[in-house]
Design a protein. Sequence first.
Length: 311
Amino acid sequence: MFRLFVGQKHLHSNTMVDLIRIFDRKRLIKHRRRAAATFSNHDFLFQETAVRLREKLKDINRDFHTSLELGARYPVLKEQASITVDIDPTLSRGKKSFVSMDEEFLAFTPATIDLVISNLCLHWTNDLPGALLQIRKTLRPDGLFLAAMLGGETLKELRTSLTQAELEIAGGAAPRVSPFADIRDAGALLQRAGFALPVADIDTIDVTYENAFFLMKDLRGMGETNALTSTPSSVPARDLFPKAASLYHQRYANSEGRVPATFQILYLHGWAPDLSQQKALEPGSAKNLLADALDTFEMSSGENVKPGSKT
C-alpha cells in the first residue's frame, strides 16, 4: 500500500524549483477553476489524448495493482485509479482516493506504485526533470510511467502572430504563449530521470477555427491560457489581440477562410529499472559475425585488400 512521505516536500523546497519559476502555479489553478463550469464544452483535446493513452496501456500485458493518476481534470483510468493527485483540492468531488498535491512535490514513499499516468498535466511544471525523477522514484521496480503532454510546436501559429503584433505595435515583444518541451528534450529527460527503456513519441492534432478569437475562447475554456510568472503589460489586450487575430488570418487562413491551430502531443513511456528487464548487448558480445551472413570475411581497420582476394 502507498504511503505519504511528508519529508519529501521539505527535501525539494530548497532545490532548483525555488530558483526557476516559469509558471505561476496559483494563476494556473485560477484559470482551471474559471474554466471548470464549462470545461466539458472544450475538452476535445483531453478526450483524444486520454483515448490514445488507454490504447497504449492496453498494448501492455500487465496488471497494475497500485496506480497513481497525475491530474484530475480528465482522468485516463477513471474509477480504476488507486489514487488521484491534483494541485487543485476542489477536484476531489466524486473521487474515492484523492490527494491534493503539487505535481512538482510528490510526497509518496519510494517504490510503492506500479503505474503512474498523466493526461496533459506535466507541461505546466516548473521543474520537469525534477518531476520525472520523483515519478521514477515513486514507482516500484519494473513499474510503468505513461504520460501525454503538450510539445514545442503547440500553438506555433498563435505564438508567431502575437509576437509579430507586439513588434509592430511596440517595437519589441515578450513571451505570451507558454514554452513547451520538444521531442528531443523529452527523450533525454526520461533518460536523465533514470527510466529504463524510455520512449518518447510525437503526434500532431490539427484543428481549424473560424478565427483566432474562437481559438482563444477554446484555450480559456480548457484552462490552458497563459500562466507565465511574468505577464507583459506594454501593449493593452484591446490593441494586441485584434492585431494578432488579423495577422493570424493573413498568414494562415485556408481557402475557406478558417485558421489552423497546431497541438503537438508528446507521449512519454518509461519503466522503473529492474533486473528482469531486457538490456542491450555489450559491444563485442555477438556470437555470429556479420561477415558470415554476407559470405565475406572480416577485415580490421587499416588492413589492405590484396588484388584478387575475396571481398
